[in-house]
Ligand binder design. Structure first.
Ligand SMILES: *Cc1c(COP(=O)(O)O)cnc(C)c1O
Length: 409
């Protein structure tokens, strides 16, 4: 086990990703362990947004749909996300929010499996995934939601199932599903699978094509660093695109939006997953943010994130035995985040944030720490644990100000 800060500094010096940190605009003295919730700001974003605001919006105005190619932003940004998730460039678009994309793809999956009325998913998933499925069920009237624990998933995949929706990396525990195996099980039952990659894209190597995946969605503001409320993405496998029907038949998903006809006809390919006018500034920021991945091997990111997570758990659990473990101890089974549990998790996290170690809290007792290998180093982990140890030893979390519950935790 790593015994001192010098050993961490040595790891940082040998780190093939060390140079990437300079691509981010990080606050000095702050250790940011929440890139799984909102990615840090890549330096490339601000000048690109400034130019988009001044020249494209400010000066060229409506001409920029053509001259700056605004109209193709969803496809262009989607094509840049594609290699990070093992997809072809024409299988991904960036648009809307993850929630809205789940709705579009889940409804589309029901259409692709006529006669089948069951959607299988897991309890304890990120709430929006469950809420959107509940809304879809209520809208459709005749759809059944089968919400089953991991161990029961295979048995739940009967011949009435149209869709299995799973989140690849669990938002709270970081548990990683076996995408290839579960996709194959769903296919054996004649069902489609919708993978939510919100905590996977940009964090670990995802191979949608290699797994034979059907549908996927994911988040632009977590490991993809697209900024608060960044557009999300959606993936439809090429072999399904011709038959996929979005329930949100907006004009931007039309075959000829500028023909202004009265009747809807879907665009070719994954573009039919679009709905309304793209969020140009949001997509522009996300496009610039994605340049931090240029030339990066996802295997390097994954390897470093596993070591960072293990280092944090080794140090934190050895030095603060009062914490419970809220994630797998085996890095292979985790995404790029770890979870500690403590009944006073909320004020402890507030005290950490006050001391410049930014993680987050998830009810009822989880302290969540994300490790983003592009900008978090080994010495950061050492320093974060030092501060945690100090807060626990001095009971700093008992201060009243750390017990006030904010709207966003
Ligand atoms: C972050 C996250 C979302 C986010 O959905 P929004 O529509 O962007 O609010 C959805 N699903 C999962 C699993 C997430 O982790």
């Amino acid at each position: 086990m790593i015994a001192d800060r010098a050993a961490c500094e040595a790891l940082d010096r040998a780190d093939p990703l060390a140079g990437r940190r300079a691509l981010f605009d990080l606050t000095p003295g702050q250790i940011y362990l929440d890139g799984n919730s909102l990615g840090a700001l890549p330096r490339a974003v601000k000048p690109r947004l400034d130019a988009a605001v001044q020249a494209e919006w400010g000066r060229d105005l409506i001409k920029s749909w053509n001259t700056a190619d605004w109209i193709n932003l969803p496809a262009r940004v989607g094509a840049k996300i594609a290699p990070l998730i093992g997809a072809a460039p024409d299988e991904v678009i960036a648009a809307d929010s993850t929630s809205v994309n789940i709705f579009k793809l889940a409804a589309g999956a029901l259409k692709l499996r006529p006669g089948r009325k069951v959607i299988v998913t897991e309890p304890g998933n990120f709430p929006t995934d469950l809420y959107i499925l509940q809304g879809l069920r209520d809208l459709m009237g005749d759809v059944e939601l089968r919400v089953v624990e991991q161990a029961g998933l295979e048995a739940a995949l009967t011949d009435e199932v149209a869709l299995l929706l799973l989140t690849h990396v669990h938002y709270k525990t970081g548990r990683v599903h076996d995408m290839a195996r579960l996709t194959a099980q769903a296919h054996a039952a004649g069902a489609l699978v919708l993978w939510d990659l919100s905590h996977s894209a940009g964090a670990l190597a995802v191979d949608l094509s290699g797994c034979g995946a059907d549908l996927a969605v994911g988040c632009g503001y977590k490991y993809l660093n697209g900024g608060p409320g960044a557009p999300a993405f959606l993936f439809v496998a090429k072999r399904l695109q011709a038959d996929f029907q979005s329930p949100l038949t907006g004009w931007m998903g039309h075959a000829a939006p500028f023909a202004f006809g009265d009747d809807y006809a879907p665009a070719k390919g994954v573009l039919r997953g679009l709905c309304g006018t793209p969020s140009v500034l949001g997509l522009t920021a996300l496009e610039a943010a994605l340049t931090v991945f240029d030339g990066v091997d996802m295997a390097d990111i994954r390897a470093k994130s596993m070591v960072l997570g293990d280092l944090f758990l080794d140090l934190a659990l050895a030095r603060c035995p009062e914490f419970g473990l809220g994630c797998s101890r085996d890095a292979i089974q985790r995404g790029s985040q770890v979870a500690l549990t403590h009944p006073q998790g909320y004020p402890i996290m507030q005290a950490l944030i006050h001391r410049g170690v930014i993680g987050d809290f998830r009810a009822p007792d989880v302290l969540r720490f994300g490790f983003t290998p592009l900008y978090v180093g080994y010495a950061d982990v050492w320093d974060a644990v030092e501060i945690l140890v100090d807060i626990m030893a001095n009971e700093q979390w008992r201060e009243a100000r750390f017990h006030e519950i904010a709207a966003v935790t």
